[in-house]
Design a protein around this ligand. Structure first.
Ligand code: MG
Length: 249
């Protein structure tokens, strides 16, 4: 194989948005794990990534080769001696999370884009340890509603700018179609890629990054600055074909 390691985004790359990996994908993903170390990086929290990736893998998979970077790379987990361990975790203090929540409230009031008093699908603001996530319609909103919220990306652009103004001491990232992830400064997918590379001792230049949002402003685009080779997909079936192709080389 041309690459000594592969890093994947999760939502819309390995699986449909907020869905577990399909059985078909889990099959080729497991074959890739038998060849090289593989990492998955997402804005999601660790428990969800376990459910959507690790727990989908067939029995006998080389899970020791799997690395999970939840919350945009704010943490890295590895599977050793039959259990998951944190390699690092950049957790936010309770005070930080409080400050972030107040900043979110100011930003949504200022932009008038989200009324926090109206009902939502699950929590709109969720504390995920190393990150606070704002979901415009709530954590569990159906995809059919989410895609209609901001088809032109204008709301996300405005809210991202306002959140960044209100919370200059933190890093604000646009997540999926309706969400924003706020972490300690300097934490993003590029940070995660660099930390993973250091941990496994494989230079970034010998790795491949696969994601659906590598376009300017997309939530995978920051990894380009690390010098990693990238492969852009638009749907999980393109990722499936890429993995099949990698396996033949
Ligand atoms: Mg994605």
């Amino acid at each position: 194989m041309k690459y000594r390691s592969v890093i994947f985004d999760l939502d819309e790359t390995l699986a449909e948005s907020k869905q577990p990996m399909s059985e078909k994908m889990a099959g080729v993903f497991a074959l890739l794990l038998s060849r090289v170390p593989v990492a998955v990086i997402s804005g999601g929290k660790f428990s969800i990534m376990l459910a959507h990736v690790a727990n989908r893998l067939p029995e006998g998979t080389a899970t020791d080769n799997l690395y999970i970077l939840p919350t945009c790379g704010a943490a890295l987990y590895e599977y050793k001696n039959e259990s998951w361990h944190a390699v690092y975790e950049e957790t936010l203090s309770d005070i930080d999370m409080e400050v972030i929540e107040r900043g979110i409230e100011r930003a949504v009031t200022k932009t008038e884009l989200i009324d926090l008093r109206t009902p939502s699908h699950g929590e709109r603001i969720e504390r995920r340890g190393s990150q606070v996530t704002l979901s415009a319609l709530g954590q569990t909103a159906p995809l059919s509603e989410k895609v209609l919220w901001d088809p032109e990306r204008t709301k996300r652009t405005l809210l991202h700018a306002t959140l960044s103004e209100e919370l200059p001491q933190f890093s604000v990232k646009t997540g999926g179609t309706t969400s924003f992830d706020i972490t300690k400064p300097g934490i993003d997918k590029a940070y995660g890629v660099t930390k993973f590379s250091e941990h496994v001792g494989i230079p970034v230049s010998e790795m491949l990054y696969v994601g659906d949002a590598l376009f300017p402003g997309g939530n995978d685009a920051v990894v380009i600055e690390t010098g990693i080779s990238t492969y852009a997909v638009t749907r999980p079936d393109e990722t499936y074909s890429l993995i099949e192709e990698l396996l033949t080389t």
